[in-house]
Design a protein around this ligand. Structure first.
Ligand SMILES: [Zn+2]
Length: 87
């Protein structure tokens, strides 16, 4: 069985809710807590699937904010308030 095709076709048929997005973002944050060098190929694929899913299915709403680089410098960023993806 080709799991890649199965996952992709499921993604297109499934309706996404804000709760799905919220839970996938939480899962993504949790999975990213393992350093990249310690993630095997399957682990990275799961993260990539979540990333692709959020990119395509999130109803992105971008907002602007400032982050401190150091005590004197701030940087303006733009990110989605639902999935936190930066623009
Ligand atoms: Zn988003």
């Amino acid at each position: 069985m080709d799991t890649t095709l199965s996952i992709e076709s499921d993604m297109e048929e499934t309706k996404t809710t804000p709760e799905d997005i919220r839970l996938l973002v939480a899962a993504q944050i949790s999975l990213k807590s393992i350093p990249t060098e310690n993630q095997n190929i399957y682990y990275r694929r799961i993260l990539k699937y979540i990333d692709d899913y959020l990119e395509t299915h999130c109803n992105h709403h971008y907002i602007f904010d400032w982050v401190d680089i150091n005590p004197e410098t701030s940087k303006r960023i733009c990110y989605c308030e639902h999935c936190f993806k930066e623009k």
